[in-house]
Design a protein around this ligand. Structure first.
Ligand code: OXD
Ligand code: MN
Length: 591
């Protein structure tokens, strides 16, 4: 067998070769580098990135295998206003997406990409979303002129020859083109062509816009394919709750960006839950399909985590602290003089002096934050001390419960359970959440974020709800559906629930409900725990009265909430399933 040298092409797939040729002719790079995903290739590319100043090698004694990256200050989050769904007609994309006709968008992006890689290298990044051999796995190929993207894709996906092996001679793969251009907001487009299984992203180098396997393929294109093929692509973590007796229950949970999915997916149960374990299958995205036994099976299509750094410490997420202590890329945190990293909320002392995320001198007296609120770690899931073995199972895991949750300072109780599947779809569909730094603009405002998919569903939201309702017919043993809110505050702006590891108590109730082991009380919103049986023992500062406050259903707040839900329903009216209108009427009657 001939040994290939670094960067040489390693596929005979004609569809791949033709498409790469076409893109090379368009972008005119000086060089084409085919990635194979090997460890030696990664070492060589890391060295090259350090040499070019794209990465800084961090203090290898403190942080072995870790690197530092600073993005352009105009490019630090997903840009929803520059994200487009280019279906044949606008109606298909629906009112919650930006739309442009495919022909017009292709023309615009071809013009921007023409000759855009002159003097640069085009990297061919083949990748697999999902464990090899999984019936749910999909192949994508990203062509990019960003070494930062190549190195990040090597963490976030199963990257390299493994993808060509899965693809063989098939021509069904996601075609992704990424050109950095001059990183200018006016020339920034994240364009999806669901009918061509194609993505073109230009003018950005921020993860959520350019690691095309993640939001673009696994969620936007995935949601479109899932509707056609009878599965779900969801913005959900997946975890396993294991009892001291070894009973495993799998739970999927949808929260909007930067609302603690990563923390929840790897939490450590408090001492009170002796012998209970949480293991992570995924922290951001779930692909779920009905299995032959009538249950809903989930895989995590990703192989790494792209998580928010600020606030990560040994009380909020001790597993993450360990996980990001090696082989991690840090983006937009602060850099200390001894080449260590720092962020607001990190364990240990505040540095006397460091460079902030922009590279400016920072001291504790500075008014600005040292780390950007959306600064990120990119780390392989293999680093996670509580990674579930099942994360690599091609068949996935059977889901018993689906949890929806937003960030709400009022209105939403800590926990309730939907009465049935359609009611659960209604609960997910009407989810609201305060916006965070993960997307540009509007932080703090409550917006409707159905199933936490508002920025990620590539077709009409009304049709998406219909897909959820219809899927019930294919799932003989559907998961139970719940809603949680970790973020409710009292009139002194104090959180009513401590969150983090204590969320295990809520999770335990969810598991017990799924297994028919605990009673519940009927409320206007759904089934709720009774304060008599909900386990609060051993919690400092938590009284039954405080718990009742966290669970309160307040009439005035619900009157406002129903008006906000109405606004969403009016927007989607022409495609809205009548079942959801009926659910809203039932809720009003109960309230
Ligand atoms: C993410 C996001 O990066 O949702 O996961 O923005
Ligand atoms: Mn996310």
């Amino acid at each position: 067998m001939r040994v290939l040298s670094l960067g040489e092409c390693n596929t005979t797939n004609q569809a791949v070769l033709r498409w790469v040729d076409e893109m090379v002719a368009l972008c005119k790079p000086d060089e084409v580098f085919w990635c194979n995903g090997s460890a030696s290739e990664r070492e060589a590319l890391l060295d090259a990135a350090v040499e070019k100043g794209i990465l800084i090698r961090l203090n290898q004694e403190k942080l072995p295998g870790c690197y530092y990256h600073r993005s352009n200050p105009n490019d630090v989050a997903r840009v929803e206003q520059s994200t487009f769904i280019c279906t044949i007609d606008a109606e298909q994309a629906g009112p919650t997406n930006n739309w442009m006709a495919p022909k017009e968008m292709y023309q615009k992006l071809r013009a921007l990409s023409a000759g855009a890689m002159q003097g640069r290298t085009l990297y061919v990044v083949p990748y697999l979303m999902g464990p090899a051999g999984s019936p749910l796995a999909k192949v994508g190929i990203e062509l990019t002129d960003s070494l930062y993207v190549v190195l990040s894709m090597g963490i976030m996906t199963r990257m390299g020859d493994i993808a060509f092996e899965q693809l063989a001679e098939d021509d069904e793969f996601n075609r992704g083109l990424h050109c950095m251009l001059d990183i200018h907001p006016e020339r920034r487009y994240i364009a999806h062509f669901p009918q061509d299984n194609t993505i073109i992203s230009v003018g950005s180098n921020y993860g959520g816009n350019v690691l095309l396997g993640k939001k673009c393929l696994a969620l936007r294109i995935g949601s479109y394919l899932g509707r056609q093929e009878g599965w779900f692509a969801e913005h959900m973590l997946v975890l396993c709750v294991e009892s001291p007796e070894g009973e495993k229950t799998y739970v999927a949970a949808a929260f909007p960006s930067a609302c603690g999915k990563t923390n929840f997916a790897m939490m450590i149960p408090p001492a009170h839950f002796k012998g209970w374990k949480i293991a992570t299958i995924g922290d951001d995205i779930a692909w779920m399909k009905p299995g032959a036994d009538g249950r809903l099976y989930a895989i995590n299509p990703e192989a790494g985590y792209f998580g928010v750094v600020p606030g990560t410490n040994s009380s909020s997420n001790p597993n993450a602290v360990e996980m990001i202590s090696h082989d991690t890329i840090y983006t937009n945190v602060a850099l200390t003089p001894d080449l260590d990293v720092w962020w607001e909320g990190k364990d240990g002392p505040v540095p006397r002096e460091c460079l902030d995320w922009r590279g400016n001198k920072w001291t504790p007296a500075s008014k600005e934050k040292a780390a950007h609120p959306n600064s990120r770690f990119t780390t392989p899931m293999a680093n996670n001390p509580v990674l579930a073995d099942e994360a690599n199972d091609p068949l996935g895991v059977p889901i018993s419960a689906i949890i929806f949750g937003g960030r709400r300072r009022d209105t939403m109780p800590l926990i309730f359970q939907a009465f049935n599947w359609v009611h659960g779809v209604y609960v997910g569909a009407t989810m609201g959440s305060e916006m965070t730094a993960a997307a540009v603009g509007g932080a703090g405002q409550v917006r409707r974020d159905p199933m936490a998919m508002l920025p990620f569903c590539a077709y009409h939201m009304g049709d998406y709800f219909r897909h959820w309702i219809n899927m019930h017919r294919l799932i003989k043993h559907p998961p139970r559906i719940f809603h949680v809110n970790w973020f409710r505050k009292n009139s002194h702006s104090e959180y009513l629930w401590p969150g983090f590891g204590e969320n295990m108590r809520v999770l335990k109730w969810v598991v017990d409900r799924c297994r028919g082991r605990i009673d519940a009380e009927e409320s206007a919103l759904g089934w709720v725990p009774s304060s008599r049986t909900f386990d609060l023992s051993g919690m400092s500062g938590m009284t039954p009265e405080r718990f009742e406050k966290a669970q309160e259903i307040c009439e005035d707040e619900w009157r406002r909430e129903l008006v906000l839900q109405e606004e969403l329903f009016m927007r989607l009216y022409s495609h809205l399933p009548k079942e959801l209108i009926f659910q809203r009427e039932l809720l009003m009657a109960r309230l």
